[in-house]
Design a binder for this molecule. Structure first.
Ligand SMILES: NC(=O)c1ccc[n+]([C@@H]2O[C@H](COP(=O)([O-])OP(=O)(O)OC[C@H]3O[C@@H](n4cnc5c(N)ncnc54)[C@H](O)[C@@H]3O)[C@@H](O)[C@H]2O)c1
Length: 447
């Protein structure tokens, strides 16, 4: 059997580190590089720089067995020692929502410079989410200019979008629904297909081979579809609230049984956040507009999502009137459970709005408190347990659907709060049970 290709990963955020550890845990030799020296020190010590289930054990094992090394800002060394390079750097939004490619450009320059000195065939793989045309029109020209070599002949170029979900990254990378390989040339596409066939052997997922631009668009279309489902069900939730006796949870459960619709991403709540959906929907809108097409549906998806978190504030005001000096308990800060990521978390506009109204806020999250401190500093207080957060509160809002919040009983709220008023922003409680003992309001529940 041919030797396993050696892999470099540039950028060890969620995607880069999970990709690197995934390969290293299966015996591939992986060299990573990242400009963030703090992140690299932690990784070298076997400590993931973010919360992700199963990652600590797998990272430690990969490092101890010598399959994973991590360097500070040494793209050249990482590329030089390997056969395939993954680009996994961030692709944030610019002010106008369009994609900011500065990290992609910087890393392409570094890779190109190294390819100039490197002998042998090398494949560069874009794993970051980039708008259609980026790999062909931005990455390829930079690689060619810096390497003085020709793409497709002297080195290969592929686009391989990532579909992992934070909080279940390993389950997703070891068992993906599909692998998409966009390739500039046949040879590099074949090399990456071989890599994945070996990696997933014997349970190889469906592999889709396509052009670079189609691969890029598959990622955006997938995220835009999921965001659309969320804004759609939130729209139905908002309609339900105007219909006595209606409940969006029951509506969604029945809809989800329809095979054409499916049950996933039909959870009404306070909207989507995180590092991907908001920025990817914005980037797709900007890209589409730049191409001359007005994507009205996506504009509405965004608009609904922008307004949805403020429903929590509306509910609090309906219950308490003037919020000046009122104690509000916030349960959940992370953008979703099982992560400490607060990028675009829905709690941010909620807390900012409550503070504007003069409310006094105490928040609790099982893992995201230190992240929250860097955002809100001492403008809010932080509790070290859910019960501690509820003490003397005039109203509690569930913002993130952590498992431990689901275990809170109506009595936990009644005993600890000054006024037992509960707003279920994620529909984790049974309305019949909780409204018996509490003043209970929930997204998508008819009055
Ligand atoms: N987070 C997710 O769930 C997810 C899922 C699928 C796709 N993606 C996409 O993958 C890409 C990376 O996302 P992420 O969440 O891992 O980002 P991240 O911000 O967590 O990590 C990116 C890393 O790249 C590093 N970096 C930036 N410039 C660099 C350079 N020139 N050289 C070396 N390192 C550099 C940063 O220091 C950072 O550690 C983005 O395009 C994102 O849209 C993310």
């Amino acid at each position: 059997m041919a030797a396993k290709p050696r892999i470099s990963v540039i950028g060890v955020g969620y995607v880069g580190l999970c990709t690197a550890v995934g390969f290293a845990s299966k015996g591939y030799s992986v060299v990573c590089s990242d400009v963030d020296s703090g992140k690299v020190s932690k990784i070298k010590a076997g400590i993931p720089p973010f919360h992700e289930p199963n990652l600590p054990q797998m990272l430690e094992k990969s490092i101890n067995q010598g399959y994973l090394t991590c360097l500070v800002n040494q793209t050249e060394a990482a590329v030089m020692e390997t056969d395939i390079t993954y680009i996994a750097v961030s692709t944030p939004s610019k002010e106008d929502g369009s994609i900011d490619l500065r990290y992609i450009e910087a890393v392409s320059r570094d890779i190109g410079k190294t390819l100039r000195q490197k002998n042998g065939y090398h494949v560069v793989l874009v794993k970051s989410t980039v708008v259609p045309g980026t790999t062909q029109n931005t990455v390829k020209p930079i690689l060619e200019a810096e390497s003085k070599k020709t793409c497709g002949r002297d080195f290969g170029l592929c686009m391989n979008p990532e579909f992992l979900r934070q909080g279940s990254a390993f389950e997703d990378t070891s068992n993906p629904d599909r692998v998409v390989i966009g390739s500039f040339d046949e040879k590099s596409g074949d090399a990456i297909e071989r890599l994945y066939r070996d990696f997933y052997h014997p349970k190889v997922p469906r592999i889709i081979r396509t052009s670079l631009a189609t691969a890029e668009l598959i990622k955006y279309a997938s995220n835009a579809m999921l965001a659309t489902k969320i804004s759609f069900i939130n729209t139905i939730a908002n309609i339900c609230e105007e219909i006595p006796g209606a409940d969006v949870k029951v509506v969604a459960a029945a809809m989800g049984l329809d095979k054409r619709i499916g049950p996933l991403f039909l959870d009404a709540g306070l909207g989507y956040g995180g590092s991907c959906f908001p920025k990817d929907v914005k980037a797709l809108i900007a890209c589409s507009k730049a191409l001359g097409y007005e994507p009205e549906l996506l504009d509405s998806v965004e608009d609904v999502n922008h307004k949805q978190p403020l429903k929590a504030v509306e509910f609090v005001k309906q219950q308490l009137g003037n919020l000046e000096g009122k104690n509000i308990a916030i349960l959940g800060l992370a953008f979703k459970p099982d992560t400490d990521d607060m990028r675009e978390a829905r709690v941010i506009p909620i807390i900012n709005e409550l503070l504007k109204e003069g409310a006094v806020i105490t928040a609790y999250d099982p893992v995201a408190i230190s992240m929250a401190k860097s955002i809100f500093q001492n403008k809010i207080s932080y509790a070290d347990s859910a019960i501690g957060c509820l003490k003397n509160a005039d109203c509690a809002i569930v913002v993130t659907e952590w498992e431990e919040f689901k275990k809170l009983s109506p009595e936990d709220f009644c005993i600890n709060m000054r006024h037992p008023i509960l707003i279920d922003g994620r529909r984790i409680y049974c309305p019949e049970v909780y409204s018996e003992k509490l003043k209970f309001t929930a997204i998508g529940l008819g009055k």
